[in-house]
Structure formats: C-alpha cells, structure tokens
Design a protein around this ligand. Sequence first.
Ligand code: GDG
Length: 722
Amino acid sequence: MSRLLLVSNRLPVTVKVEKENVSVVRSAGGLATGLSRPHERSQGTWLGWPGDVSRLSPQQRGQVESQLAAQRCVPLYLSASEVSRYYEGYSNRVLWPLCHYLLDRVPRQDRDWDAYRKVNERFADLIARHYQPGDTVWVHDYQLMLVPGLLRQRLPEARIGYFHHIPFPSSEIFRTLPHRKELLRGLLGADLIGFHTVSYVRHFSGSLTRQLGLDTDIDCVHWQGRQVRVGAFPMGIDAAAFEALAKDPGVLQEVTAIRSRAHGQRILLGIDRLDYTKGIPRRLLAVQRLLEREPAWRSRLRFIQVAVPSRTQVDAYAAYRETVDELVGRINGLYGTVDNVPVHYLYRSVGERQLTGLYRAADVMLVTPVRDGMNLVAKEFCAARPDEDGVLVLSEFAGAAAELREAVVINPYDVEAMADAIEQALEMGEDERRARMRALREQVKTRDVHWWVNAFLERLQSLPAVTARARPESGAEALARMRAAPHLVLLLDYDGTLVGFAPTPEQASPDAELMTLLERLATRPNTSVHVVSGRPRETLEAWFGHLPLGLHAEHGLWTREGPGKSWAMLPGAAFEWKDRARPVLKSFAERVPGSFVEEKTASLAWHYRLVDPEFGALQSRELRLHLYEVFAQEPMDILPGDKVVEVRPRGVHKGRVVTSILEGQPDDSLVVAAGDDRTDEDLFAAVPEGGLTIHVGNKPTRAAYRQEGPVELRRLLAGLLT
Ligand code: GDG
C-alpha cells in the first residue's frame, strides 16, 4: 500500500489547554474514524490546521507539535486574518452558501478570494515538502478546491485524489461565481474527483462543459494531457461503532431515562449543527402546523432538537440562531402547558453516548435540510437502531436520500406536506416500521465508512500513473530539436492549432500576426511550411494563396504546392453517398437551433458551436449513431471533431499528404506536425520515425509533445525566428 498524505482544512484533533499542560486529543468525527486505519497502516501523514493556538506559549506549541508528530499529523498554522478571510470569508461565506443553492447569502463583493488562493498555495507547498515519490495524496473538501491544481504544478506525476463533501450545485448556480474557472481548474489537478451522488457528478461535468468547454464522458475528462476521473462515492459512517454503542448497557440506561422523562409522549428528534442549510425553521414550522391542525397531538409529542453551535463568527449564523430561538419560543408559548413544553431545545453539543441514546430513544428522526451534501446523522440514526424500530423522515435534498429510499422522503419547502409526513411516521404500524428500518440498516451497514474509504482509494490507486508526457518543459525541448535540425518541414493544422475557435468558421480568419508569422517561417532558410486543414480549398486560397506555403484542403483531398500552382485532387475518392447523407444532416440543423451544415467538395459537416453545450453534445452523439446505423456499408468516415460532426470519403485523411510532401525533401529533414483534433492524429501517424508531433490542447493523443493552445503554439513557432 502506498503512503497516504491526507489533507483537510482541520486536522482530526482538538488541542486542549489545562493550566500549563496542553494535550492533543483525536476527534471522533466520521472522516477521522474512517481514515484512521489506512492512515496508520500506510504510515502516512495528515496535514491541516490544528485550530487556534495563538494563545499558547512557544513551549506549549513545542508540546503540541511533538504530540501531533506522534499522531502522524503535520500542522499548518493559520493567522487570525487567514482564519477570518480564507476560512470564514471565502470558504464559509461564499462557497458554502453557493454550493447549497443559497445565492442570497453570498456577499455582494468577492473580497476574500486572494486570501483563499494564498492559503491553498500554502497547503500545496506544505504537501509538496512532505511528499515522497509513490505517495497518494487525498485532499478533502471545499476549503481546498485549488490545492489539486497547485499541487499538480509542483508535482506533475503525483497521484492526487479530491473529495467534495458538500453538494456540487447545478452549473447555472456555479456560473455565478466570479472565480468559477479557477476553481474548476483547481479541481482538475486531481486524478480522481469524488462526490457523494451522481447528481453532483453530473452538475460538475455540466460546469466543465459550459465553463471550460471540455467534452466530458460519464466518468472521465481530458485535461492538460491527463485523464481526470470523476465518480460518486457516497460516504458512510462507522456503523459498527454506533451499533455497539447502541447496545451498551450504560447507553440503554440513558435510553430508559429519556423515555421515562417523556412520560409516554412520542419523541421526535432533530440533531444538527446550527446551520442555515439544515432546515431547522421549516422543521419547527411543520411541527407547529401539526400541533395547530391536530389538537390531539398537543400533549402527546416531545420534539427534542439538539443544535450544535457552529461558525459563530459568521453573522448569518447569529441571525439564524435568533430565528430558531424565536420559533422555539413561539411554539412553546402557543402549545406548552404548566407541566409540558413541546419543543426541548438544546443549543450545545452532546457526548457520543448521549447522542446514541437519543437516536435509540426516538420514535421519529427528522432530517430535513434544505440542501445537504450527504447528511451522516440520518445514517447514524439507522445504525443506532439494532431494535429495528424508529422512522426516518428525510429531505429529498440531502445526498443521503439517493441511498436511503425506505425513509419517509419529504420536500422541506412544503411545510404542510412535512407535517403530513411527521404524522404518517407517528402513526405508522410496527410491521412497516420494521420492514423499512431493516432495509435502511442493511444499506448503512454495508456501505459504511470503511467501504467508502476503500472504494475511493482503490479507484484512485488503480488508475494508470501519470506519464511524463505532459511535462511543462516539453515545449522548450521541442524548440531545441527544431532549431538544431538542418532542414525543417512544418505541417500545421489551422483551426484550434494556429487560431482559436470562433462562433462560425468564417469568423476564424487569420490575423495579421499569424500572417506575418507564417510568411517569416516560410522564408526561413531550409524550412518548408504546409497548412493541412479540413477547410475548403477556396478558403485556404483566399487567405494564404499569395504566401509560399503548401496548402492542403479538405483533409488532404486537395493540394496546392505553391503560389500560382493549381489545385490537384487525390485520386480514387468516392462521394456518391453525399446526396443521401445531406438530408440527415440538414434535419439535425433544423431541429437544433444554432447549428448548420457546411458543404465541401467531398464532405459534409454539421457544426454546433453555437448550441447549448450539453444539448449540442447529446445531439452530436445522436447524429453519429444514426449515421453509423444507416450508412454502415458506405465508403465514408464519420468524424467527431471540435463542435462538429464531419462525414467524408473513406481513405481521405490528412496522413495521405505526408508522403507526397516528403518527396524531394532532403533526408535529414525533421518533420514537425502540429494539430488539435482527431483528424490530426492521422497526420501524426504518418510522420516518419524521428519526427516531432505536437498536440495542441488537452485531448488524448499519440503526439509526443503538447501545447496548451494556439497562443502557446505560435510562441513556440516564433522561437524558430529568433
Ligand atoms: C458535511 C456536509 C456531509 C452533530 N451533533 C453532535 C454530533 N454531531 C455529529 C453527527 C455527525 C456529524 O456531526 C454531522 O455530520 P453531517 O453529515 O450531518 O453534517 P456536516 O457537519 O454539515 O458535514 C454533509 C458531511 O460533511 C460528510 O461528508 O454528510 O452533507 O455538510 O457525525 O453525529 N456529535 C456529537 N455530539 C453532537 O452534539 N458527539
């Protein structure tokens, strides 16, 4: 097993100070428990913030550090300003509400981004210092979204995983973030990006398509020459530990005490951090509504709500606390009596044993967040019910609802329906309660936290190692080889290679800088330059006809050797099928607004660059399937390109031009081919051994070198002129 470097904002410890003595106590959270075994076994390290230690003397800090080291933890200290800007500011004031769809709570001004980026950089530096070749790095959560990318710059070949513990919102929400692209690029530094549910995976892929223009597969996307995997790994809990505690005699005594204090009343339970995502006010309103509607329940219900103080430095949390306080007061004022209050509200945390006692004593557990990445409380409740009783009422907006199907699933925005659901849960017969709870427990016990850790790490560690191909210095190496060559033959694709993509093909005409570059390259001593494009010959002639370049149009169907020479067509190409394929492409153009058909001598192309990216990608798959089916026997090739599906005669491809170009060139010529899409792979394949192939972009390629985009390629070519 490779050594694990775990990274999270907080270390899984609490620093306790008693007079002169300090001690570092391991926390019992789900993540800490799940990861402790692989952490120990792999002899790895956990890096993160140990909490506020600013009041400790240097000597006490020393004690903390040696105790942390004994637990294989490395501290990253945050200054007061970093805590307030990186943690409270950007992480908790911006990313937290945004990922939970609460746009109103995001501050109008984006002031803390710099602090967020800087602390992420500090994390990346610290990880890089502790990294040894062969280690696996696993970064956790939204406070550290830039870390995978920053780490990839420092350690190009490291194996990096990232898990997002909160929801990943729809791309329509995510796009409102000013720094949306940086955050996505940050995540793409990882080899594996995990979410709790497939919806979050889909939302993330949607953002990649819309914001970065990437073609995403269900579980994979290409980025900077690497394959980045994306997957759903629903986090579980330490079910065995909760089950054991729920059977503990001391805890059972506690259960009896809780029940007897309720004097036969039915117990509703809520356990949450006091967070505005957890839906506590609406839950209280639903209870109020039930009491209002059904007077018979007024003396027969006890709703115990534990709200653990959280993020008390963030204003929104203080205001939320007041709302909850008021509602509790109102309900108790309305429906309490001298010897009974309906809502028992505890604003504090409770110990693990008391927590388990409450789970086991409850008749109905209310988990009603307005959004929640997963929600572990729902799972803990089930694990703590070896008696197979108790009903779980669960919000459809919690990630857990994707797995816990036998819960009573509710929409927390519908208070009336929530009141109905609580009543349904209270009145549910024993057989149904047991049947549901048995199924829930089965799920929670098999997909526990250990399953989760193993599933993620096995996936991450089974991925092929990142090769050195994407090394950033490879551009310099390519340039040195070109400069050293006695003769150069440059074969350059046009769109996506020499120029970026424009909304329509006509708009991507060459700029003055490119014209000068090509002209100077073509007049460089011992250099022969060819543009090998899918464009029609008329276009290439109009743009470059006057330059001393070889021009190759329609993927090599047409060739023009130099200025004043005529265009010649490759012999043997058949295109009778065109008349039958045209109506198919046209029907797609009619059906998909913004798309259109381009006609060339031998080929047809359906362009969809202006179409909504997700819809366009879907329709292009549909079109290709249709064409494959109907024209399977025809001598034609169907090519998916960059926002285009092209059909052309079989056997015509860019590779065909290489042999004729090389005729008459000196034997010591270095052949250099550069291109960005699938049609250029044919060109690369035809380059003779010892040649130099450059892929422009992020797709998988057989090329040996890679440039980020046209700007970088032009810079590289310009290097030949100095
Ligand atoms: C984030 C995501 C995702 C709560 N009160 C007490 C107490 N707890 C423990 C619970 C549970 C944990 O805290 C809360 O976990 P949740 O999953 O419910 O929620 P978040 O803190 O918001 O966690 C969430 C999670 O990350 C994991 O990926 O599920 O969606 O928001 O374990 O038991 N524990 C004790 N006393 C308390 O008073 N001992």
